[in-house]
Design a protein around this ligand. Structure first.
Ligand SMILES: C[C@@H](O)[C@H](NC(=O)OP(=O)(O)OC[C@H]1O[C@@H](n2cnc3c(N)ncnc32)[C@H](O)[C@@H]1O)C(=O)O
Ligand SMILES: Nc1ncnc2c1ncn2[C@@H]1O[C@H](COP(=O)(O)OP(=O)(O)OP(=O)(O)O)[C@@H](O)[C@H]1O
Ligand SMILES: [Fe+2]
Length: 529
């Protein structure tokens, strides 16, 4: 039995909690910062923390004393080390250190984003889920592998909540905007807006500008809100499904404040049900920022001996979840079973015969029918065209026998004996590097190069699944292809670093060095804004 006092205060929620692993109860006391106007002002938020953190901590301590004889029986103090706003984090860090010393107990430094996902894992009891974190400053899909949570997909610009909040600031609505958009969407009808998914990455800037423009052009606000939700939550649900498909996981957990949205939860639930996966979303008090999740993960870390000395406990405003050395899970989860002849990809049902493969993009019940029809038709058409164009550039791809864009069905030649994912080796990833370079030279972008979309046999390495492909000469688009491939290596291979190096090396043989330089830029982008 462990009792941990947790403290949270990365941005807006000043919160303290007491978690007792003996009865699994969690007491949470929170005091939110509400900006007078506009979004979160870092200095005002820190000012709020300065007053509110001591108050919520005292309340949690009182609760500890009421539920335990003596001084409350607290075994450790856990705090959010990052990511978050520097000035807020420092106040939390100082409070946590002082409290740990006062109680004479160890300190546990928790990654806030890992806490958002671990609370779902803890409460669902799922062994090895894929995690979708949909919060204010972040949006990413994580998969556990070899001692770390790997980011297999994420936003290329702002977090999902921040994107929505910026849109509502344009409407002069007060912060936070998410719940107001959800309310307004109830009376809306669908209008077309951009939809951007690249492998398991995605971006919001295009759709947010289009949404603001639509409002300025007189499209009813409730229609824009409705369509915004349909598209951005559709994108998040699609990438979550891609991650399930890539890793073979059959469990999904949701985390983060945007997870309070009923439509997002409905879409994720429907997606999981359709593919026979299990879905879990924690209750709202554990979704929005709260110290409960910090205390719960803090207890797990404490039990694993994962504490931090006061002198090493500085806060980390850019603390990415994949930087956490996970001390509380076995290095690798039990192996997952893989494929038969009928494959359920993320997008399609694929029937693999000895000579022919039929790929049907069946309607997705979670998507709005208008969006669903548009995506299935567009992707079927581009897949047919790009698969053929790539072959003409000398990149091995299957022959396209037939296209039916009404039924969203394609028939291909069967290629390869197995997916590259089944045995990820250097030769295979080198081939992918060379093939992508050849595509890019011809201004073709694959759009979804993962080890599942590569078929291998004795002599050749084929690329399949060009459904997200398009034409572009932009180095950023080419770099995204490399980024998608490398991210999926991190999520599926144990020796990802060596494979990444071999892949880039092969890409350089034929490709443009500027693309590799741009890849570094993409990777280094600070996304907590
Ligand atoms: C680093 C940390 O400070 C940050 N925290 C954070 O963003 O707070 P969180 O509680 O996870 O999420 C807040 C966001 O959640 C959105 N939100 C709240 N209720 C919503 C709803 N019903 N629908 C959509 N969005 C909602 C808000 O608009 C706001 O953007 C994070 O986790 O990224
Ligand atoms: N022409 C082909 N020859 C042999 N196998 C194929 C062929 N096309 C697809 N496959 C196999 O079927 C699987 C799913 O196909 P595909 O990737 O096109 O579907 P998807 O639904 O888009 O999947 P995802 O989005 O998860 O990548 C591939 O991973 C591959 O193993
Ligand atoms: Fe958060």
């Amino acid at each position: 039995m462990t009792r941990v006092l947790g403290i949270e205060g990365t941005a807006w929620a000043a919160s303290a909690a007491l978690f007792d692993s003996g009865d699994d109860r969690c007491f949470i006391e929170s005091d939110p910062y509400q900006p007078e106007s506009g979004g979160i002002h870092p200095r005002e938020a820190a000012e709020h923390m300065r007053g509110a953190i001591p108050r919520v901590v005292e309340t949690a301590l009182e609760h500890a004393r009421e539920t335990h004889e003596g001084d409350g029986g607290v075994d450790a103090v856990a705090f959010s080390r990052g990511p978050g706003l520097g000035p807020c984090l420092r106040i939390v860090g100082t409070a946590a250190r002082a409290l740990a010393q006062r109680l004479d107990v160890p300190l546990v430094g928790v990654n806030h984003m890992v806490a958002h996902l671990e609370i779902g894992r803890h409460r669902s009891g799922f062994e090895d889920p894929i995690c979708l974190n949909a919060s204010g400053a972040n949006a990413h899909v994580l998969a556990y592998r070899n001692g770390r949570y790997r980011v297999v997909g994420e936003t290329m610009d702002t977090g999902v909540g921040n994107a929505i909040d910026k849109f509502t600031r344009h409407l002069d609505w007060t912060h936070p905007g998410g719940p107001k958009v959800e309310q307004a969407a109830k009376d809306g009808e669908y209008v077309d807006l951009p939809y951007v998914v690249k492998g398991m990455d995605f971006s919001f800037s295009g759709i947010m500008s289009a949404a603001k423009q639509a409002v300025d052009d007189g499209v009813p606000v409730e229609d824009v809100c409705f369509s915004l939700q349909e598209n951005i939550f559709g994108m998040l649900t699609e990438v979550a499904e891609r991650a399930l498909s890539l890793t073979g996981s059959e469990e999904l957990v949701l985390g983060g404040g945007v997870g309070q949205n009923g439509r997002l939860r409905e879409m994720l639930g429907a997606m999981c049900e359709a593919r026979g996966a299990e879905f879990y979303a924690p209750e709202p008090r554990f979704l929005r920022d709260n110290a409960g999740m910090i205390a719960v993960l803090g207890a797990t870390m404490y039990e694993a001996g994962d504490t931090v000395a006061v002198e090493d406990s500085r806060v980390l405003p850019d603390f990415r979840p994949d930087k956490v050395a996970v001390s509380w899970r076995a290095a690798n989860p039990p192996a997952r079973r893989v494929d038969a002849t009928e494959v359920r990809g993320a997008e399609a049902l694929v029937d693999i015969g000895p000579e022919r493969v039929t790929k049907r993009r069946r309607p997705k019940s979670y998507r709005h029918p208008a969006l669903d029809e548009r995506l299935r038709a567009e992707r079927t058409r581009s897949e047919a065209r790009l698969t053929s164009d790539a072959r003409r550039q000398g990149v091995p791809t299957p022959v396209v026998f037939d296209v039916d864009d009404v039924e969203a069905t394609l028939t291909f030649e069967t290629v390869g004996e197995r997916d590259l994912r089944e045995r990820l080796d250097e030769r295979g990833v080198r081939d992918v590097g060379r093939h992508l370079a050849a595509l890019h030279r011809a201004s073709l972008v694959h759009g979804d190069p993962t080890p599942r979309n590569v078929r291998v046999d004795g002599g050749r390495t084929h690329l399949v699944d060009f459904g997200l492909g398009y034409y572009s000469e932009d180095v950023e688009d080419h770099a995204m292809d490399l980024h998608v491939f490398e991210q999926s290596l991190a999520g599926t291979a144990d020796d990802a670093d060596a494979l990444r190096a071999a892949f880039e090396d092969a890409y350089r043989e034929r490709g443009d060095e500027a693309v590799v330089a741009q890849l570094r830029e993409v990777e280094g982008r600070g996304r907590y804004q």
